[in-house]
Design a protein around this ligand. Sequence first.
Ligand SMILES: *Cc1c(COP(=O)(O)O)cnc(C)c1O
Ligand code: SF4
Length: 363
Amino acid sequence: MGITVRQPAPRNASIRTAPIRTSAGLVEAGLAEATALPVLEQVAASFAVSVTDQMAGLIDPTDPNDPVARQFIPAGEELRTTPGELADPIGDGPHSPVKGIVHRYRDRVLLKAVNVCPVYCRFCFRREMVGPGSETLDGAELDTALAYIAEHEEVWEVILTGGDPLILSPRRLAEIVTRLDAIPHVGIVRFHTRVPVVDPDRVTPELVAALKGKRIASWLMLHANHWRELDDTARGAIARLVDAGIPLLSQTVLLKGVNDDAETLTRTFRALVQARVKPHYLHQGDLAKGTAHFRTTIQRGRALMRELRGDVSGLCQPTYVLDIPGGHGKVPLTADYLAPDGEGGWTVTDPRGGRHAYSEEVE
Ligand SMILES: *Cc1c(COP(=O)(O)O)cnc(C)c1O
Ligand code: SF4
């Protein structure tokens, strides 16, 4: 096979163009080979495709292992489903009392106001639910979802997720935040989003202002998987949020061929901390359909986290977690540092593997 030189379509940095949403568009932009079209079409028939300008601009089309391309450009492997993969891997369905609400943990609910994203990650855990179609909750559905929150006094935190809530207009976001602000038992609104990284120009001062209530505290959980995503433009968007007083945390998915080595993880978590984002969760890949080529073993994930512990700043250490399939919740997969010594005390393992006796001197 000969080598095809792909010529990316010229992009004008000052003009934001619409995301690429078709297989032909990906080929035209130099992000996929024309010969891959039939496979791309087949994948796109099952799972939505979208690549923003910002992400397309970060892809080096000459690099066959580009970590940004791997996250957003469809691949034939997505057509393979393993026996244990599920349409609803983290079990949102069984915990959804009304449309748009997932109430799995007592003190917090998910509010899925929107089912679309600016990009579609090829490993998405909600890939069978997100995408063009039933896009946002309509007025009556939003009323019902907010009424559910108002009726459940144990709900202290509302997590806007989806889809990506920051795809909504500042006006709609402000409406939701204002209505949550008026529910006395709600203390926190948390936004789960990729927008500051994948479409940073959307983070305008109006949007930032819309995220803040008068009484409730706003927190933002940024989904970012590789330091290359955090270019100057993305860091600018993050700075607008942090400077406005919104604390930022991040969640990263452990992805084979993207970030499953200690050097990439270290560089990614450092880039986040440097941007004033605290790495919070490192997720074991969920059992979403057609994503086996992205998953690493838990043993490997734990070994990676062990490598980071001790050598890398504690600010750069997220909790490695698994969302138990079926809706049973998230649990830490932290390496075991502690074991009973059989005599009422403990054996503690240090980051280098050395073992130490520890006795609890309590009165
Ligand atoms: C992940 C998740 C949350 C948030 O859990 P935290 O550990 O607080 O980040 C809440 N509800 C559901 C259904 C979730 O899947
Ligand atoms: S941004 Fe989140 S919800 Fe949207 S495709 Fe990516 S992982 Fe899925």
